[in-house]
Design a protein around this ligand. Structure first.
Ligand code: ZN
Length: 306
């Protein structure tokens, strides 16, 4: 909880990664230790954050080599490094959920290129771990959400009542090139959203993250979220008060969720002070307190049934 203008506000950070997510050698079980959970809870307490949603990110760096075939050798080596670095198995997120007395809500990850049978098995594991959703990244998992091959995965998520957060916008490294991040244009989510009106979808970064062109696919994100009641956005790594305000006006105050992207994005959100800074940033939005209360926590509370 935080106190703003004499009122107590619930704070839910809908978009975080483990504290060591950017360490190069970060791989379960090599680096996980209970002290990381303590570190995270300490950061949450400093920032006044009551709950966080932590994402697993399961990748297959070797299996993805052929997707990078046409890339320059510089892009390839950066791409490989990032794939190895951000790989976060479901088992790792499970540890945080287990040790945080409910304050860490887990979102699982599935490599979307798995066979239907393996998908089914993975979903079973994710349900067993008590996760409430799935995180998908069209950039570093090399898929297009509109592709028919993804249908079995969305169908399973819907059947199991899992929320699906989909990365939108560019991504660091080679994926700063919008051509390499084209699958993360929010327009590709339109089809899934209309096909499964009961599936709750969150567009992470509301199509806007890009170091080169901030706000890159904001329009597309507003189009899709504006047309579909089941589509929400999070404001992680958006950096723009103006865009957040515009999103509230265009898609409504009930569909915008606070997120920090802790511990990512130096300067804006880092491992030490990032969460505190992000909460302060959101508190200062030029929006009525009623709306800030919803963005900071109430919308996510409803969505996650907390
Ligand atoms: Zn993230």
């Amino acid at each position: 909880m935080i106190e703003v203008e004499g009122e107590k506000l619930l704070v839910i950070d809908s978009h975080i990664h483990p504290p060591d997510a950017l360490d190069y050698d970060h791989r379960y079980p090599h680096s996980f230790s209970p002290s990381l959970v303590e570190e995270l809870l300490a950061r949450m307490d400093e920032a006044g954050v009551d709950y966080v949603v932590m994402f697993a990110v399961e990748l297959d760096p070797e299996g993805y080599e052929h997707f990078m075939e046409s890339w320059s050798s510089h892009h390839k080596s950066m791409g490989r490094m990032i794939l190895r670095m951000v790989n976060t198995p479901n088992e790792e997120v499970k540890e945080y959920v287990k040790r945080s007395s409910g304050r860490v809500v887990g979102f699982g990850s599935i490599n979307p290129h798995l066979s239907e049978e393996s998908l089914e098995e993975k979903i079973g594991i994710i349900k067993d771990y008590g996760f409430k959703g799935l995180k998908l990244l069209p950039t570093i998992q090399f898929f297009n959400p509109a592709d028919e091959n993804l249908d079995p995965l969305f169908k399973l998520a819907y059947r199991e009542g899992l929320i699906v957060t989909i990365h939108t916008g560019c991504d660091p490294g080679p994926w700063e090139d919008p051509r390499l991040s084209a699958h993360s244009n929010p327009k590709h989510i339109e089809k899934v959203a209309s096909r499964y009106p009961g599936l709750k979808i969150v567009m992470a970064h509301m199509g806007s993250y890009s170091a080169l062109m901030p706000g890159i696919w904001f329009e597309e994100a507003m189009e899709v979220a504006g047309h579909h009641d089941n589509v929400y956005v999070d404001i992680a790594a958006v950096f723009s008060r103006r865009l957040v305000k515009e999103a509230v006006r265009r898609i409504g105050e009930d569909k915008v969720l606070f997120g920090s992207d802790y511990p990512a994005i130096g300067g804006y959100c880092d491992r030490k002070t990032g969460m505190v800074n992000c909460v302060r940033w959101a508190v200062s939005f030029d929006l009525p307190l009623r709306v800030r209360r919803k963005i900071l926590g109430e919308n996510a509370k409803k969505l996650l049934s907390l």
